[in-house]
Write a protein that binds this ligand. Sequence first.
Ligand code: FAD
Length: 825
Amino acid sequence: TQRVVIIGAGIVGTNIADELVSRGWSDITVVEQGPLHMPGGSTSHAPGLVFQTTPSKTMSSLARYTVEKLLSIEKDGVNCFNQVGGLEVATTPARLEDLKRKHGYATSWGIEAHLISAEECIQKYPHLNKDVVLGGLLIPSDGLALAARATQLLIERTSKAGVRYLGGTPVTGIEKAGRRVTGVTTPNGTISADIIISCAGFWGVELGAMVGVSIPLLPLAHQYAKTTAVPSLVGRELNKNMNGKNATLPILRHQDQDLYYREHGDQYGIGYYGHRPMPVVAASLGTTSANVDEKNMPSRLEFTEEDFDPAWQETKKLLPMLKDTQIADGFNGIFSFTPDGGPLVGQAPGLDNFWVAEAVWVTHSCGVARAVAEVLTTGRSQIDLTECELSRFEDIQLSRDYINETSAQNFVEIYDIIHPSQPRESPRDLRLSPFNSREKDLGAYFLELGGWERPFWYEANRDLIKSLPAEWRPVERDAWSARFHSPIVAVEAWKTRNAVAMYDMTSFHRFEVSGPGAVHLLQRLTTGDIATKVGVITYALLLNDHGGIRGDIFVTRLEEDLFQIGANSASDFAYLSREAHRQGQWVQVREITGSTCCIGLRGPRSRDVITSITSDDFSNQGFPYFTAKHATINGVPVTALRKSYVGELGWEIQTSAEYGSRLWDAIWNAGQTHGLIAAGRAAFNSLRIEKGYRSYGADMTTEHNPYEAGVSHAIRNSKWEDYVGRSSLERLSKTKPTRYLRCLTVDDGRSMVLGKEPVFVGGKAAGYVTTAAFGYTVGKPVAYAWLPSSVSLGQSVEIEYFGRRIKATVTAEALYDPDDKRLLD
Ligand code: FAD
């Protein structure tokens, strides 16, 4: 059995111990610097509001399980969740609209939700000021976690099951042998471990530093205050000690003023996010002393009343009966924020058996704990963790400056209405492709991802809108879907389908896998047969043991022992590197994204452009589809890959970064006589969707298998080698899927959806949209959606968008060139 050491006995650490023990793991030690009865971390004072609904399916699912589990942790007839419901009120028209969007998310993720009128809000919550509330969103299953009590009950039950708890024991060091962690040091000696799980909350940075792992979180203080007793609430039965269940009204959010509320018996609790970010360095707080109590703990700083002033004024407007109260007790409580707002879960890249579960809210705590236990015991969590993976960050995102700035920004924006495409304003220009100055000259509109500046469209193409044939003219969009979008995209799509366009593909991840062990590694990890001739490109899937899709990659055999991988994320690189090390045979995985650059030249005239600047053979025979070769373009050594994610003839042309601008100029100049334009990501995405190509992370995740997701063509059953997920695939191939990823076209030809909206079949919520775009070639909005397999082609469905139902039809794919004629000629 594996020896596990968990660092931290907050709501996360104790839950992981519980989830592991219930799966039969027996050698578990939890090391906690504070006293066990009140460790003094964020959990010790968490007011415990659980609002489950977010734009993220993963986060909402983690929250749903947390509610389920807290309801099941019981002692003396009282469980650990007070299911009073959750109410979010709107006091501005924009918020009222946004609640409709949020209602859609709840429906997509299977959480019962109701949009209610201002009158209904007052009925549900009589203390609200009817003059300011415009309406609300009510989630009956939300409520209050009794987090500190749950932690104590978990310690009690897991101790009985054999988990050892060492209170008052700070971890002061972590021991390593090579890439493996081997134990933790404490003032009482070393505890050996096969697996270490750091659940140190906002101390995570310090724990990571002990093994050289950058933990991208920023501890920030957040204000929470209790009022004096509200005269009208004094004397209620509820105020007596009910093991913490001292509230009946729904938990309340007033996001327009960055506020939230709960009852504490006859007092009110008020949480505020509107104040200035107050960063804290955990190391400066010292270790927890033995005499931690309600008022003294390292995670609790002095209340700064002046910061709370606006909150108090706004509170009295929303809840007028609080005018008769004062602030009885306030504090600035510390917890973790991250660059993208997500938690940090998973194995540290570059290190074996050092796991992290940090920056986790109480709301998601049990869900995260189950996920970690599932991954450790079975290799897969039933809820996709892509958005939570510690390995999702790029190097530039792991610098302290970046972490501090972006995490503080997340605090500021926590309750803001954020458009799904909205870029951060700062820091920007962190990673620039060598084409950046040319792109700026053409008026590129950039959106950022992973630090990269990526052009979405080019203002230089605006004049061409006038020349668009009638059937290609962009339709007018609603105000929300028109944000971070331009009608120019229609031009760029049209040019790609009818002439030629160049796309900056630099930011797509490229790795090299090399050495005598390379073939074995890639055969073992992918569904494709990559033991091909040199120069062949293979599209393949990375699966987990259960046949769930953990990534999709392009594998190009450039030499006998050299493969280039086109991948989606930094997590793919962490996975391949880890497996390469584990394999032991000589094989190296090297990141080459930033040292190289790539232009995607696409469209029926791309061959005309390229042949005018190279003497290499780019004919159909000399350079067939899905092959690659080294070539020279205008004197620049390049690697050209004949593949195209937009469904047109084309090449991805790569070179090392220093030749980038020369390559761009050569292609640009040669293309002018053929109608070449530069085109951006927005057109790319639209063309991809028309062609039915999947986008990993949005269309499909670890929760889906290749048969459901429509990518079984990437499985090579003929290959003899065993690979991760193969036996599961054999089983899955024999059972009919219960759901499919389906292509929907919008009937009215104009109503846009953006992704994550619920889909209704026969009036019932039955699935959700993954990705969507206007399909310029087909002249309609197109959406992909997960739907039950009983839904058939041609069937009519409805998509809910801001409370409105949009009719759509399940349509056979690919919508564009299903026979690949455009690609193969
Ligand atoms: P913690 O509870 O902080 O546990 C980490 C533990 O690790 C600590 O006990 C610490 O002592 C221990 N530790 C650290 N370093 C070491 C070491 N070197 N050796 C040994 N032990 C160590 N979340 C919600 O979901 N809803 C809310 O309404 C909500 N409101 C909040 C309000 C406030 C004012 C604050 C501060 C937080 C709030 N949160 C809320 C956030 C929530 O409290 C935290 O995200 C959550 O409690 C974190 O749990 P944890 O187990 O990861 O961390």
